[in-house]
Design a protein around this ligand. Structure first.
Ligand SMILES: [Zn+2]
Ligand SMILES: [Zn+2]
Length: 426
């Protein structure tokens, strides 16, 4: 049956082939690639083999490929960024990005091609993204009569720790290689049916700030609190008060999340400790809201210190971890409208759906240089349609059970990205 299909495709003159025909003839090899990538995941900043596979394939397709593009702030660390360029006459420059890293999760999907790297798993679908990038690259390289301009394909490391995009830009991504007029990407979606594509005009994902707060007191006997400054009581006050930044100081129409995900202090029930440490994540969309919430955290921490009569030099310490923080992901509305039209034409309007934004974060936004370069990230449905329709609880991204359906997901991803690139480069 498959042989017949392949033969009948071969019989079609190249020009008469639809995009689906072309993708279908590439699909068996792409699925093999996907399984290879899925079974050999690598953690953020360690993407040596994945990046090498991506680079090798892109070279074979005729791209001009550079490896190890990127500079982390830790100058000792190797950055495994891949940049592939194909120039095809006059026209705009389009950047297509795939991330490459996996997560520290023990896979529990039971798939025959499950991770062979113990404790590491492609649970965010970056293997789908790499495969879709390779499929897109192959098709566009074989259709050079259908587009004009420059393609810049980016294999980005260390997305999960929001360091990779910054590292590649720091290493001259836009100086050493053609600077894009548009930047596009896709991310698989654990709640959308395979075969469909989701989009969000405007803010799509939140800015994330990682914040450490240390509340310092004065230790002593748990039975003599009057001789101490109790940092556990102060930390409790802080945890409650900091939520009012969301509920009382912020417009309910501007999404904000303030989460204290870790709190540590004390060793024994009858000892009042010297300090308590809180680790927080803060999510916002608009830069002005982000600034206000960050300032608010500092004010609340200081307020708790004042309320409890702490000396000036014992006030709570608030530390923003800029290396673990990132701005929001914003989809340029005009570019979104344009490419939604192109995607609908290729995939059918019913398969391209507007979806809700999320409070998770990404570093793709950095490629837009603060909205100066129109950028768009699509969401790619990755779930068996019947499972979505059944309403059963589905494993989320970053779950040990997340298992995209390869065929339909990758086929749709390639059609989406090729149709988008062809529209921008026509
Ligand atoms: Zn992720
Ligand atoms: Zn991801």
């Amino acid at each position: 049956m498959r042989k017949l299909l392949v033969l009948s495709l071969l019989a079609l003159p190249l020009a008469a082939q639809t995009l689906t025909d072309r993708v279908n003839s590439e699909l068996p090899q792409l699925i093999e690639t996907y399984k290879t990538l899925h079974s050999s995941p690598e953690l953020s900043t360690q993407e040596a083999k994945s990046s090498s596979l991506v680079a090798t394939r892109l070279k074979e397709m005729g791209y001009e490929v550079s490896e190890r593009v990127g500079k982390y702030t830790d100058t000792q660390a190797v950055c495994y960024g891949v940049v592939a360029v194909m120039k095809n006459g006059k026209g705009p420059t389009v950047l297509i990005r795939s991330d490459m890293d996996a997560l520290p999760i023990e896979e529990q999907t039971g798939l025959p091609y499950a991770s062979l790297n113990k404790g590491v798993m492609h649970a965010c679908g970056h293997d789908v993204h790499m495969t879709a990038l390779l499929g897109t690259a192959k098709l566009l390289a074989s259709m050079k009569d259908k587009w004009h301009g420059t393609l810049v394909l980016v294999g980005q490391p260390a997305e999960e720790v929001v360091k990779g995009a910054g590292a590649m830009l720091r290493d001259g991504l836009y100086e050493r290689f053609p600077k894009p007029d548009y930047a596009i990407a896709l991310h698989d979606h654990a709640g959308l049916a395979a075969g469909t594509v989701g989009y969000v005009p405007g803010y799509m994902m939140a800015a994330a700030d990682s914040v450490n707060v240390t509340i310092r007191g004065l230790s002593g006997h748990g039975a003599a609190p009057e001789k101490t400054k109790d940092p556990i009581v102060m930390a409790s006050e802080f945890v409650m008060q900091v939520q009012t930044l969301v509920s009382r100081e912020n417009s309910p129409l501007d999404p904000v999340v303030v989460t204290v995900g870790s709190i540590h202090g004390g060793t024994k029930r009858n000892i009042i400790p010297d300090e308590v440490q809180l680790l927080m994540t803060v999510r916002t969309y608009k830069p002005e809201v982000r600034k206000r919430v960050r300032e608010g955290i500092v004010r609340v921490a200081k307020g708790v210190g004042v309320l409890n009569g702490l000396a000036e030099d014992r006030m709570p310490v608030v530390e923003f971890l800029e290396g673990e923080s990132i701005g929001s992901t914003y989809n340029d509305p005009a570019l979104t409208e344009r490419l939604v039209r192109a995607a609908s034409k290729e995939l059918g309007a019913a398969n391209v759906v507007k979806i809700d934004p999320l409070m998770v974060s990404e570093d793709f936004s950095l490629y837009s240089l603060d909205h100066k370069i129109p950028a768009l990230m699509f969401n790619l449905g990755a779930v068996e349609p019947a499972r979505v329709a059944s309403g059963e609880p589905l494993p989320s991204l970053h779950s040990s059970k997340f298992a995209p359906v390869p065929d339909a997901t990758i086929r749709t991803g390639v059609r989406l990205m090729v149709a988008s690139a062809l529209d921008l480069l026509k």
